[in-house]
Design a protein around this ligand. Structure first.
Ligand code: GRF
Length: 196
């Protein structure tokens, strides 16, 4: 596709962000093509979402570590994505840190979405951290990926109010609604910046 982003999407979870990206592409709001979806869990919902949208997908081989992949596995992942024609990598609920093989294969071409207003509340269950800290406003952020945990430069953020009586679940659901809007919009603005 000329003038469109050729995406690879990595995820470990239910895949609501992949779903919103595929929907935005189908509606013509995001000029992109998902060339490959990869998950480190064979049971992850994101693979069902890939099936629903007829997207090519694969499962990353099992790893000895929980928070990252072995170097050889990550190298193979980068090769798989490249072979599929991927030029830009979207992390959508991918639960491991990326290391040199992926960072070097896709320089300045990997983004992540995180469920807080970074730099506040990096790491796990950011919505729960926000609730426990008693903030009135939290949100989500799209940022460039570097070797740290949620540390890369922030590209865009969207605020989400914390309501009285919110539970971690209700707050997370409201943040995820904001994510569904924000991620495709940010990808389209990255595309425009690259191709125009
Ligand atoms: C999102 O809340 C995202 O912010 C975080 O992981 C979750 C992924 O959700 N990084 P989904 O798998 O896209 O539904």
């Amino acid at each position: 596709m000329s003038g469109g982003l050729r995406l690879g999407v990595l995820g470990s979870g239910k895949g609501s962000n992949l779903d919103s990206i595929a929907a935005a592409i189908a509606k013509g709001e995001l000029r992109a093509e998902v060339r490959m979806v990869m998950s480190d869990f064979s049971e992850a919902g994101i693979l069902e979402v890939a099936r629903k949208w007829n997207l090519p997908f694969g499962v990353i081989p099992e790893s000895r570590f929980k928070t990252r992949l072995e170097e050889e596995i990550e190298e193979a992942l980068a090769r798989t994505l490249r072979a599929a024609g991927v030029e830009f990598v979207v992390l959508a609920g991918y639960m491991r840190m990326l290391k040199a093989p992926m960072l070097n294969a896709f320089p300045r071409a990997i983004v992540n979405i995180h469920p807080s207003l970074l730099p506040a509340f990096p790491g796990m269950e950011a919505w729960r951290q926000a609730l426990e800290a008693g903030v009135r406003v939290t949100g989500c952020s799209v940022h460039w990926v570097d070797g740290g945990m949620d540390t890369g430069a922030v590209i865009a953020r969207r605020e989400v109010p914390v309501a009285d009586g919110d539970t971690p679940e209700t707050l997370h659901a409201r943040i995820q609604e904001a994510e569904r809007e924000l991620y495709p919009e940010v990808l389209e603005s990255i595309r425009r910046a690259r191709f125009q």
